[in-house]
Design a binder for this molecule. Sequence first.
Ligand code: FAD
Length: 250
Amino acid sequence: MKIIVCVSHVPDTTTKINLGADGKNIDPAGVKFILNPYDEFAVEEALKLREKNTGEVIAISVGSDAAKEAIRQALAMGADKGILVKGEKSDSFSVAEMLAEAIKPIGADLILLGKQSIDFDGMEMAPMLSELLDLPAATVVVGLAIEGTNVTAEKEVEGGKEIISLSLPCIISAQKGLNDPRYPSLPNIMKAKSKPIEEISGSPASGRTSIIKMDKPEKKRVNKIIKAEGNPQGAAIELVKLLHEEAKVL
Ligand SMILES: Cc1cc2nc3c(=O)[nH]c(=O)nc-3n(C[C@H](O)[C@H](O)[C@H](O)COP(=O)(O)OP(=O)(O)OC[C@H]3O[C@@H](n4cnc5c(N)ncnc54)[C@H](O)[C@@H]3O)c2cc1C
């Protein structure tokens, strides 16, 4: 079974993000980048399927040299090889086009993605690839069973689950709960350093959207001090009232 996993290199949620001088991009200085957490579920599922059916797992990313880190992490988890598509990203569609172009000649049985990237939160890569590659797709998948070419996917929907069937080759985007991603062991981290990462050039991207401006969220935090002098009971009542009515935590 030939499985492709699309991996994205994203800022760690704990890192402090500043905007670049043009106000249209983040300033990458000092930002820690990681493998997109949802992609860990996709990599894990690919590895489990390879263990069951044999075959090959290929991790692919569109980006600059820095995106190799995300590919290396997938290799350290157990993927067999990586592909870096070097191309100028402009929007999600341009990334989908470059991914589709790189994936087409490989002839994969299954293409796995995370359900969304935690930076741009687009949730659009799987549907876009579905169109560009003319393959069926199931998104936000929390359970996957494959028998022959029959695929059964359990999808998370509002208030419940939906079970759908599709056939290989197909595209699956992984949601938290699909599996428990393995931690790369030290020997596997070392082994990953010698696994091959092929570099290819992505065609000039035909982005369909452009960023006008980015804003950081407004700071909404307002500090309030309740003075207890002479009336601690009244202060306690006021505190509970504020926690209930304003902070809405009670
Ligand atoms: C208008 C616009 C302008 C942008 N400009 C820039 C820019 O100048 N520079 C820049 O670095 N980024 C830029 N980006 C972000 C970049 O295009 C994102 O990587 C891309 O949009 C995917 O994010 P998403 O949230 O749409 O993906 P989603 O659809 O949320 O991602 C779902 C899954 O797709 C896969 N995936 C996502 N991105 C990649 C990738 N790059 N390679 C492999 N697999 C992937 C992963 O499996 C991920 O879990 C821009 C985005 C937009 C919308």
